[in-house]
Design a protein around this ligand. Structure first.
Ligand code: BG6
Length: 478
């Protein structure tokens, strides 16, 4: 369904995120018919560039980052006609009037701040000073949303001086992933799971977001951030919220976000012995973390594993284990709900212990698997085996199903539609920092040194111990 016509201004329109994700994503939405012909995209950045030069840059970005879609040259040419550029000085007055001249009245206006957070406040203020944004305009901000509670509060405050909460779209691209939304469909669209979704039936939950990449060219940012700020405070906590929250009364932005906020507020502080940090070592083919960030004395973590508890009626006593890291064995993200053992085995001890596990794979091969126990076929008596009831979305929905849009595409269309359900509210972000800050401060105060781990492994051995101590084990990263 096409969205209404819009003017979307991308501050930082020549930057890495715009080239890699935002512009190719918008092109795919155009080619699929969702972005209307009247939709316009306006790149805004410091460089002096003509519209034609910017269009060439956009074309090259689509060709580089989505070569498959770029083959549709007819649509690509039409898309480029909808792309414009103005040079704007975010800190000064240059270019703002020209930007205003380009914007059309009576159109949805959205401003994407794909720039350093230090510029958020200034750009918000300029938009108002130059009268470019009324009470219907939307602004989109990227992570990192602050580096702790204090900076996040200051950012919220500076945006709130010019925009009300209903206009602010804080992106966490994990919320735009197809399977993440499916998680809500599975939980609240089926009768089967929800009655079992509590500490009485669930033994524990594991959330794994494993990456094979290192910190690449982002060393200077990453080394001041680390896995806790870069991944846990936002992406993993959002997954945790969606898994653990109470059913919202409606699928509407505030109803959903109210429930997520309650989960964050119910999280217990994490004891130091319930958290493990790691840092990848060099391998034959790749450099160590410290070499990658060019800081031989870095104590920043590229891996973190932890055991959390949610103190509320539904989850008291059920551990949530989370881990994420770079340069691990495989790129895989999974949430596994591990159910308790059956209370009594009528098949005797030799039948062994069998558990149902619901595994929700976010990437790659998005899908769900429910492990169920059945009788091993054959005449050998009552021997039990675990088999997967497997549902890979690509297979289940067939070859004609619409290609799954990338997280950014979906989220930008939601901005135009004015739907904030999949965006973080200011109080949620602050609550998440309020929970992570003491953990990070504890490391700093104790001069904590991350444990080294091999590239291509599942992280440091201490992370395995975190679960072994509880008589449990991590699922394989594969
Ligand atoms: C980003 C982090 O938010 O998410 C990166 O800053 C990380 O460090 C990325 O690599 C992972 O996203 P995805 O979609 O590839 O799982």
């Amino acid at each position: 369904i096409p969205v209404d016509s819009f003017d979307l201004v991308i501050f930082g329109g020549t930057g890495d995120l715009a080239r890699r994700k935002i512009l190719p994503g918008l092109f795919r939405r155009y080619a699929s018919g969702q972005m209307p012909d009247e939709g316009r995209i306006i790149g805004a950045a410091r460089s002096d560039m003509t519209c034609d030069e910017f269009r060439t840059m956009v074309k090259e970005a689509v060709e580089e980052f989505d070569p498959k879609s770029a083959k549709d040259t007819e649509n690509l040419e039409k898309f480029l006609e909808r792309v414009f550029y103005v040079a704007v000085d975010a800190m000064g007055d240059g270019g703002w009037k020209e930007l205003g001249d380009l914007l059309r009245p009576d159109m949805i206006r959205a401003f994407y701040f794909s720039v350093a957070p230090s510029l958020f406040g200034t750009i918000a203020e300029r938009l108002k000073t130059f009268d470019l944004a009324d009470d219907d305009a939307r602004i989109v901000v990227e992570k990192p949303f602050g580096k702790d509670l204090e900076t996040a509060r200051a950012l919220n405050k500076s945006l709130a001086e010019h925009f009300h909460e209903g206009q602010i779209y804080r992106i966490d691209h994990y919320l735009g992933k197809e399977t993440v939304q499916n998680l809500m469909a599975v939980r609240f669209g089926n009768m089967l799971f929800e009655p079992l979704w509590n500490s009485q039936y669930v033994d524990h939950i594991q959330i794994t977001v494993a990456e094979t990449v290192g910190v690449g060219g982002r060393g200077s940012y990453y080394d001041t951030s680390g896995a806790m700020r870069d991944m846990v405070q936002n992406h993993l906590m959002q997954l945790l919220c969606l898994i653990a929250m109470e059913p919202p009364a409606k699928f509407d932005p505030d109803a959903v976000r109210d429930e997520k906020l309650k989960v964050i507020r119910a999280l217990d502080p994490v004891e130091p012995h319930h958290i493990v940090r790691g840092q990848y070592s060099a391998s034959e083919k790749s450099a160590s973390y410290r070499e990658d960030v060019e800081n031989p004395r870095s104590f920043t973590e590229s891996f973190v594993a932890m055991r959390c508890e949610i103190s509320n009626w539904r989850w008291a006593g059920t551990p949530f284990y989370m881990r994420t890291g770079k340069r691990l064995k495989a790129r895989t993200s999974e949430i596994a709900v591990v159910f308790k053992d059956a209370p009594h085995s009528i098949f005797g001890a030799e039948a062994g212990v069998h558990r149902n596990v619901l595994s929700i794979r976010l990437q790659p091969n998005e899908g769900m698997t429910l492990g169920v126990t059945i009788k091993e076929p054959g005449p050998g008596g009552m021997r039990l085996v675990d088999v997967p009831l497997d549902m890979t979305f690509a297979e289940a929905l067939g070859p004609d199903a619409e290609e799954v849009p990338d997280a950014y595409e979906r989220l930008i269309m939601d901005v135009i539609r004015g739907n904030q359900t999949l965006f973080m509210r200011g109080d949620e972000v602050e609550a998440a920092w309020a929970w992570t800050d003491p953990i990070i401060n504890g490391w700093t105060n104790r001069n904590d040194v991350p444990k080294p781990y091999d590239t291509g492994s599942a992280g440091p051995d201490d992370a395995l111990m975190l679960m072994h101590r509880d008589g449990r084990r991590w699922r394989e990263i594969k």
